[in-house]
Design a protein around this ligand. Sequence first.
Ligand code: NAD
Length: 244
Amino acid sequence: MTRFQGKTALVTGAAGGIGAAVVRMLRAEGARVAVADRDTQAIQAEAHLPGNLLDPAYADGLPLAAAQALGGLDIVINNAGVITRGTVIDTSDADWDLSLGVNVQAPFRISRAAIPLMAKSGGGAIVNVASCWGLRPGPNHAVYCMTKAAVASLTQCMGMDHAHQGIRINAVAPNEVNTPMLRTGFAKRGFDPDTAVAELGKTVPLGRIAEPEDIADVILFLASDAARYLCGTVVEVNGGKPVK
Ligand code: NAD
């Protein structure tokens, strides 16, 4: 398929599990891609924009940097994220700043900078990565869940506000995905990641947790013309296992 021939895209969190799949699949379908992450050296892409999303000037400047490097900006995938664990009682100021900074402030800054660029060139698509845990509560991850609820809400609001400019803004809300984020969490708690992923898979009606490509396929759909009438949606991608 060449759904993205001639299109340009910025992907944050491009070195991570879901981000790497998105970059690979967008490029396989013809897109020219600018990758953003703390270290992008190992990623194959048309433009490399490494940096720390906690730096406001970096986040503010990413869309223009991508547009200049690629000759335009049609698609933004706000995928980078961090997970901090614990109830609010366990949450330090540093956890709060990190979670809000990467998960909420960065997509806000990037979207705020990307929307005028896209409007000027006739439109575009932004896809944010929320979480099932932003739609309903999850145990012992209060601030993470809150940040993902914020992303879902921001998506719904921006989707409504900018549709008239030809900019479609949507989100995916995955449940568990087999990525470094999930696996390092298991390892930190003393579980073998492979065993834990297999056990977790048994709790999913489809019989396995998601692989990054399962989520990337939906992200690409939302970024594509096939989703031309979707604005402000949050698509739950959960293998039949909604968070209760
Ligand atoms: P991951 O840890 O593999 O990738 C996240 C990427 O974001 C990393 O490459 C990391 O370097 C980057 N990043 C984090 N902080 C950054 C910063 N300050 N500056 C620049 N880059 C930074 O995780 P993933 O599972 O691929 O997560 C991608 C998205 O999916 C995240 O928003 C996450 O919250 C969301 N999500 C993941 C799961 C899951 O189970 N893995 C479930 C629901 C939602």
